[in-house]
Design a protein around this ligand. Structure first.
Ligand SMILES: [Zn+2]
Length: 95
């Protein structure tokens, strides 16, 4: 059985299904231009933590991220890779 288009095999699909584990190959992005946002009313330490590379929610030192999307998410929420993964996993199991 071979219904898949050329160039896409089951191992490619397997990568899409399994959680990405790239061991923080993307560095913590530049935080020097972080702007204040309404979320700072809820997390007043957000900007200070982000500039110190400390996670907003678990207070672990952030060493890097698994992809560009996680880097961008960090610049909004200040969350480390693990906390982001936990939240996205929850959203998956709820839907
Ligand atoms: Zn965290």
């Amino acid at each position: 059985m071979n219904y898949l288009p050329e160039g896409i095999d089951t191992s490619t699909l397997g990568i899409l299904k399994t959680p990405k584990k790239k061991a923080f190959s993307f560095p913590v992005p530049d935080t020097s231009n972080i702007q204040k946002k309404p979320i700072d009313l809820i997390f007043p330490q957000r900007i200070h933590n982000m500039k110190s590379h400390v996670c907003t929610t678990c207070y672990e030192l952030i060493k890097g991220f698994d992809d560009v999307v996680s880097q961008k998410e960090f610049l909004i929420s200040g969350m480390c890779q693990k906390c982001q993964d936990d939240i996205f996993d929850e959203e998956h199991t709820q839907s």
